[in-house]
Design a protein around this ligand. Structure first.
Ligand code: B12
Length: 211
């Protein structure tokens, strides 16, 4: 994987990043490959921020560049529409957290594969997920979390699902940068993923299982 886009994103070189993205599309790189390189670039932005060499304004800048890139590459994602049976999915970023770029990518991928997605937005309290499950009858719940101190709210959501007797009715998939096996164990979620493209296959298997 070439590093030019990763470093342009990491160094917040907006014009350079955009022109590299356009070149990559022309040379046949897929939208998936481009997203992954951008994700790696903003991961470096995050590292520099936590080390103190970047500021909040730099995080905001990385968001702006990533949004521009998404506008360019969105039409280049494949439109599958085949393996989902129109399965309903509820998705939202958990309470306390407003990061939504990754969630929006996942929503885009799901919709272009034929899923019926209900986007609850950001900073969503566990209770609101429960209401939405009852209203829509969705059997898959996607939860996005990037802030580690919000992972407790994901656990609260899974606990609430247990309490309301809905846990066996739905499959909970948690996604986001810090998500790993430990988060799965701690929260009681069914699946975790920090890669939106791989998550699409996961949604495909879940959809087949429940239909
Ligand atoms: C951009 C950014 C912001 C933007 C967010 C803009 C937006 N609309 O989302 C802004 C500037 C607003 C922001 C604010 C803050 N941020 Co911020 N931010 C980032 C940054 C640099 C990139 C995040 C991103 O968009 N990545 C790109 C996307 C594509 O990747 P992704 O989210 O991982 O998504 C992929 C997968 O995870 C997966 N996925 C994502 N969601 C889902 C959901 C499901 C269901 C599935 C299956 C898969 C899936 O698919 C995606 C595609 O592969 C990260 C650094 C990092 N390493 O992530 C810090 C980071 C997340 N932020 C951080 C912090 C601290 C903050 C602030 C607290 C800063 C502050 N002092 O105010 C605030 C918090 C605001 C809040 N209450 O949420 C920390 C969190 C540290 C921690 N341990 O919790 C990070 C890690 C930076 C750091 N290293 O310190 N941030």
């Amino acid at each position: 994987m070439s590093d030019d886009l990763i470093s342009a994103m990491a160094n917040l070189e907006e014009d350079k990043a955009i022109s590299i993205v356009r070149e990559k599309i022309l040379s046949g790189e897929t939208a998936f490959q481009i997203v992954e390189q951008c994700r790696k670039g903003v991961e470096i932005v995050g590292k520099r921020y936590s080390e103190g060499s970047y500021y909040l304004s730099d995080l905001i800048m990385s968001e702006a560049i990533l949004k521009e890139v998404m506008d360019i590459i969105e039409p280049h994602f494949p439109q599958n529409g085949t393996d989902s049976n129109g399965t309903k999915v509820i998705i939202g970023t958990i309470e306390g957290d407003i990061h939504d770029l990754g969630k929006n990518i996942v929503i885009y991928l799901l919709r272009s594969s034929g899923y019926q997605v209900y986007d609850l937005g950001v900073d969503v309290p566990p209770e609101k997920f429960i209401e939405a499950i009852k209203e829509t009858g969705a059997k898959i719940v996607g939860v996005c979390v990037l802030l580690t101190f919000c992972i407790g709210y994901v656990k609260k959501l899974v606990d609430l699902l247990e309490e309301t007797g809905l846990k066996d009715e739905v499959t909970v998939v948690v996604g986001g940068y810090p998500v790993d096996k430990l988060v799965k164990e701690y929260t009681g979620a069914d699946y975790v993923s920090n890669d939106g493209v791989k998550a699409l296959d996961m949604f495909g298997s879940i959809s087949k299982e429940i239909s």
